[in-house]
Design a protein around this ligand. Structure first.
Ligand SMILES: [Zn+2]
Ligand SMILES: [Zn+2]
Length: 265
């Protein structure tokens, strides 16, 4: 059976401070989106850095648990399960912005290992340092996989994001194309063994024409390793919600995954 589009586990709301006042949407709009798109499960994942983990980045200092919990209690609606999650991050010293204790407060946690656009916080590398970024890309994923966290309710967000190398045209492709199949296999065999999920993020398949195979390669290798996958629209604005389902369809057409490859937490 083909992979069924019945969930979205990466959705922001107006609580994320990269969304200007009046430009986002609230929890009820997320449930409306789920209804319209025939989704049975959605998870709220606003940007997060745990207050109990030191952080000198003001953007994250404003987005601790106290801030995210303003979304609670989540509204209820028949036929849609609404989960409380977060999008955690990894800094340049490979500190992860969530602890085991805080993780208990969330139904699901996505960890972004590819937010390498936050110069000075997530990386000190030059914009064009392709080899350095490749090493950091792998190190950041491996750190999450070795962390004392409940990995069965953790997903790896947008592994093929343009944010890996945002200031170079197709920079993310340049970084990823240097990763060998066996390097990917090393990582994805661990992901599968630990039971973590891999995100199919609508925004993580952007590149110049003719290059998309390089973005599909890690997911295909992950599938061979037995990894499980979930969908994430990474919606920030109403238009993201409106176009999410078509985006999921487009990517699933390319990956041709089966329903039994679906990640569940
Ligand atoms: Zn992200
Ligand atoms: Zn996000």
């Amino acid at each position: 059976m083909d992979f069924i589009i019945d969930h979205d586990y990466h959705v922001h709301s107006q609580l994320s401070i990269d969304i200007a006042a009046g430009e986002g949407y609230d929890n009820d709009a997320i449930l409306d989106y789920a209804d319209k798109s025939s989704l049975k499960k959605v998870c709220l994942t606003n940007h997060f850095w745990d207050e109990t983990v030191p952080c000198d980045f003001e953007w994250y200092q404003q987005q601790g648990y106290t801030h995210l919990s303003k979304a609670l209690p989540l509204p209820k609606r028949d036929d849609v399960e609404f989960f409380f999650g977060c999008e955690a991050d990894v800094d340049k010293n490979l500190n992860i912005g969530i602890t085991k204790q805080t993780a208990e407060k969330f139904d699901f946690i996505i960890v972004s290992t590819t937010h390498m656009h936050m110069q000075g916080f997530t990386t000190d590398l030059a914009a064009y340092d392709i080899n350095g970024r490749r090493e950091e890309y792998l190190a950041r994923i491996k750190k999450v996989l070795s962390a004392d966290l409940p990995l069965k309710k953790i997903g790896l967000a947008h592994l093929t994001s343009v944010l890996i190398c945002p200031d170079v045209e197709d920079g993310h492709i340049k970084v990823l194309s240097g990763i060998s199949d066996s390097e990917y296999k090393d990582v994805f065999a661990k992901v599968a063994a630990l039971g973590a999920g891999i995100e199919i993020n609508v925004k993580a398949f952007r590149c110049s024409d003719g290059l998309v195979d390089e973005l599909l390669r890690p997911y295909k290798i992950a599938a061979e390793c037995g990894c499980r996958f979930y969908l994430g629209s990474d919606s920030h604005f109403p238009n993201d919600l409106a176009t999410a389902k078509d985006g999921f369809k487009r990517i699933l057409n390319m990956l041709a995954f089966e329903e039994e490859q679906k990640f569940r937490f």
